[in-house]
Design a protein around this ligand. Structure first.
Ligand SMILES: [Zn+2]
Length: 240
C-alpha cells in the first residue's frame, strides 16, 4: 500500500490498525560509470515495496535528493549535493506532518552513507527533536512526569531511522559504494540499469577494491543480498 494512493478514510484505517509507515530516503549520486545514479534510492524503494508485500505496512513517498557532500563525484558525473542543514529543516517538516497525521511508527529506510552520514543524521536529529517538541506541546509546560489524559501526543520512539542493511543481515551483506554488493543489488532489481562492460573504460577505487569487485557482480548475488535484507526487515517490523 502506498500513501500516495490512499484516501483519507484509508489513511485513518491504516493508522487505526497501527500499521508502520516506511519512508525510503536516498540521493542522486554517481555510482561508477556502470550503474544508475539513483542506485541507493532504487534499493531503498524496492526494499520498502517488498516489505509491504510481506507485512502490513504503508510506503510513503520517497525523500530523494539527500546530501552527498560530493563524496565520490561532482555534478559532472551526475551527483547532486544539498546542504545538510537545509535538508534537516525540510525532513523535520515532513516528519512533523507525518507524526501529526497520527502514524504510530515511522521507519526511515536509508541505503546511503550509513547511520552517521549527513542524511541519516538529519533524520535522527529531526526525529529526536520532534519527540520532545510534539510531546511537550501535547502535555503543556509540565510535560516531564505529567501524565496526560491520553497518550496520542507521545512522539517518543515513533521515528526510527534505520539502514537498508540491518545488523541481522550484515553477515551476508557488507555495505559498499557501487562495489559488488550495490552493483549486484541493482542487477537483480533493475538489470537494465547496469552495464558492467563500461568498467573497462573507467573504474574508481570503490569499484575495484580487492575482494569487492563491481565487475564480479551478478543478479544471483543481488537476489541473495536482497532476500537477507528483506528477512531482517520483516523481523524488525514484527518485533517493533
Ligand atoms: Zn550507494
Amino acid at each position: 500500500m502506498f500513501l500516495k494512493h490512499m484516501r483519507p478514510d484509508q489513511l485513518h484505517e491504516a493508522i487505526r490498525k497501527n500499521l508502520p509507515l516506511l519512508l525510503p530516503a536516498g540521493c542522486v549520486e554517481c555510482h561508477g560509470v556502470h550503474a544508475a545514479l539513483g542506485l541507493d534510492m532504487l534499493v531503498a524503494e524496492s526494499l520498502c515495496t517488498a516489505i509491504a508485500e510481506h507485512v502490513q505496512a504503508v510506503v510513503a513517498p520517497s525523500i530523494d535528493y539527500g546530501p552527498t557532500g560530493w563524496a565520490v563525484s561532482g555534478p559532472e558525473l551526475g551527483t547532486v549535493d544539498v546542504d545538510g542543514n537545509h535538508f534537516y529543516l525540510y525532513v523535520k517538516d515532513v516528519l512533523r506532518a507525518l507524526l501529526l497525521m497520527g502514524w504510530p511508527r515511522i521507519f526511515v529506510v536509508i541505503q546511503h552513507q550509513g547511520m552517521d552520514g549527513p542524511e541519516a543524521l538529519a533524520f535522527r536529529k529531526a526525529g529526536a527533536e520532534l519527540a520532545f517538541e510534539l510531546t511537550r506541546s501535547e502535555k503543556g509546560l509540565g510535560w516531564w512526569g505529567y501524565q496526560p489524559p491520553e497518550t496520542h501526543g507521545n512522539a517518543f520512539g515513533r521515528v526510527r531511522v534505520r539502514p537498508t542493511i540491518l545488523p541481522a543481515a550484515e553477515a551476508v551483506c557488507h555495505g559498499d559504494h557501487a562495489g559488488h554488493l550495490e552493483t549486484s543489488l541493482l542487477m537483480y532489481l533493475h538489470p537494465e540499469q547496469v552495464d558492467l562492460t563500461l568498467l573497462d573504460q573507467r573504474s574508481f577505487w570503490y569499484t575495484d577494491q580487492p575482494g569487492n569487485l563491481a565487475r564480479a557482480a551478478s543478479a544471483e548475488d543481488g537476489q541473495r543480498y536482497f532476500e537477507a535484507m528483506l528477512v531482517a526487515w520483516i523481523a524488525e517490523i514484527d518485533g517493533a
